[in-house]
Ligand binder design. Sequence first.
Ligand SMILES: NC(=O)c1ccc[n+]([C@@H]2O[C@H](COP(=O)([O-])OP(=O)(O)OC[C@H]3O[C@@H](n4cnc5c(N)ncnc54)[C@H](O)[C@@H]3O)[C@@H](O)[C@H]2O)c1
Length: 271
Amino acid sequence: MRIAMIGTGYVGLVSGACFADFGHVVTCIDKDAGKIARLESGEIPIFEPGLDDLVARNVAAGRLSFTLDGTRAIAEADAVFIAVGTPTRRGDGHADLSYVHAAAEEIAGLIDGFTVIVTKSTVPVGTGDEVEAIIRRVNPNAQFAVVSNPEFLREGAAIEDFKRPDRVVVGTEDERAQAVMRELYRPLSLNETPIVFTGRRTSELIKYAANAFLAMKITFINEMADLCEKVGADVQQVAKGIGLDKRIGGKFLNAGPGYGGSCFPKDTLAL
Ligand SMILES: NC(=O)c1ccc[n+]([C@@H]2O[C@H](COP(=O)([O-])OP(=O)(O)OC[C@H]3O[C@@H](n4cnc5c(N)ncnc54)[C@H](O)[C@@H]3O)[C@@H](O)[C@H]2O)c1
């Protein structure tokens, strides 16, 4: 299949390279000219173990390319992914959707024939409806379906997470779009990765629910660490003692400085 990836940041570059490695033809698009120039000269703008090899291999095989101008790639694509940033909006903590909306406007006039528009960015419930409305307004004759397909990769383990995920979540009720998404992720059926098909709004919420739950585990064990200090208990043994219970699980129970990174703070705030 042919994929256009709008936004070649952490998620766009890793997803684009992995989809190319699955055998698809992927064009990664970004409006940052410096980033595209570096990628075209073989330089990887982020540090992610194994990504340089993966990119080089797929560029050499003719399945992965980078461009500032997505006109042709979007017209030829079976699926156009939106993987732009959704940072915290100043003032109210809401996700800033201006990049997503701008990408939808750009895509609308360029798609040609039935195209699946896939939102990979983390977006609040209802954003898929907005993307659909923008495309419909700009190009009333367009044939398309808007799908939610949130990304769960972790920075530092991103390739492994993309290629061997616990699950893939796909939010769409459109049967043609479901078939395209199944085809895009077909290599994952080899390791029996569950693909969870849901409604679009449910899929959008799953991403926030997952991040909020993981952040809550970190916050919970830190609260327990405070209590341990007061009562003379050992928080690592508490974590082990509760984590061995399969209903709780041992991951994300390391007491420490609290949660941070590029996603948990903004996503918990947005939720
Ligand atoms: N980084 C992570 O670990 C991670 C994990 C899961 C989900 N996410 C989500 O994925 C989304 C992207 O995150 P990221 O970390 O990859 O962001 P990023 O800031 O690294 O990359 C976004 C890229 O999009 C480009 N861009 C913005 N508007 C564009 C447009 N109209 N056309 C072309 N390019 C455009 C920017 O120049 C930038 O290079 C966010 O919603 C984030 O919450 C991130």
